[in-house]
Ligand binder design. Structure first.
Ligand code: PMP
Length: 285
């Protein structure tokens, strides 16, 4: 495997950044994950637009020009022979002697890009079975709209899910409203077949897959309500699912051990999943 690190394509096993990289010391950086499917990078321009926003919010400079980054992503995908899988990119504020305040102007941000194969048959099988989620109290900071590499609450929540035999953890506000998953957005479908997902203006990451699914839903003639929903409403819903670049729309069959509907993946979720690739933007890798 090959990785890109600050201008060089290197063996994945030897790829490294300095111990005083601010990503390592302060989680002072941001990232993106793009799905690679059938030789295309999915929704890449949208991921790069969100990267731009994350960088701006943290006053981190672009490590390379906005024109060059897609070429690097493509090259890493190509060099790793990834037709299906994902490409990961991470930008940190760079290497500087440890100090909380920003380093001197001119410190170069670090850019790392990796790519990994995934088996689409495995993902399909997962969707056929559905996944289980647990709920955990929201304990993250209030800037989760920034796709920061500071993910410790997400790590702990997803580990708790794993230990409970589940695959995702939903962060829940003190008032019982579901925010999002540890690495995904949260959706339910009401008895009337209406899709419900929380507004992305505040308190969650505006998922790229979430945005594309709005288009997919419109194409399928489905109605979306952007509003908060409670854990209780989710447990009583007709369907529930998560969305993210790597899971697309993934049916949920149980929430905190309570089966959703008959405990099988919902048909509307599966049709969204089916139609996703036709609607998503496909950049040749
Ligand atoms: N919320 C969180 C906290 C995430 O980490 C992710 C995935 N990176 C998402 C939502 C989904 O975003 P996307 O559809 O862009 O992958």
């Amino acid at each position: 495997r090959i990785a890109y690190v600050n201008g060089r394509y290197v063996a994945h096993a030897d790829a490294c950044v300095h111990i005083e990289d601010r990503g390592y010391q302060f989680a002072d950086g941001v990232y993106e994950v793009c799905e690679v499917a059938r030789g295309f990078i999915v929704d890449m321009p949208h991921h790069l637009a969100r990267l731009d926003r994350s960088l701006r919010e943290l006053s981190i400079d672009w490590p390379v020009t906005q024109r060059v980054l897609p070429l690097i992503l493509r090259e890493v995908v190509r060099r790793n022979h990834v037709a299906n899988g994902l490409v990961y990119l991470q930008v940190t504020r760079g290497v500087a002697s440890r100090d909380f305040v920003f380093p001197a102007a001119g410190t170069k941000p670090s850019l790392v890009v990796t790519a990994r194969k995934a088996d689409p048959a495995m993902a399909s099988k997962r969707a056929e079975n559905g996944i289980k989620v647990i709920t955990v109290p929201e304990n993250r900071w209030d800037r989760v709209d920034i796709k920061s590499v500071g993910l410790l609450p997400n790590v702990l929540a997803k580990q708790k899910a794993r230990e409970a035999g589940a695959q995702e953890a939903w962060f829940v506000d003190a008032d019982g409203t579901v925010k999002e998953g540890g690495s995904s957005n949260a959706w339910i479908i009401t008895r009337n077949g209406v899709l419900v997902t929380r507004p992305a203006e505040h308190g969650i990451l505006r998922g790229i897959t979430r945005t594309t699914l709005f288009e997919v839903a419109a194409k399928l003639g489905l109605t979306i309500e952007e509003r908060g929903f409670s854990v209780a409403e989710a447990k009583a819903a007709r369907e529930a699912f998560i969305s993210s670049a790597t899971t697309i729309a993934m049916p949920i069959v149980a929430i905190d051990g309570v089966p959703v509907a008959n405990g099988h993946p919902g048909s509307i979720t599966l049709s969204l999943r089916q139609a996703f690739f036709d609607v998503a933007e496909k950049s040749p890798a």
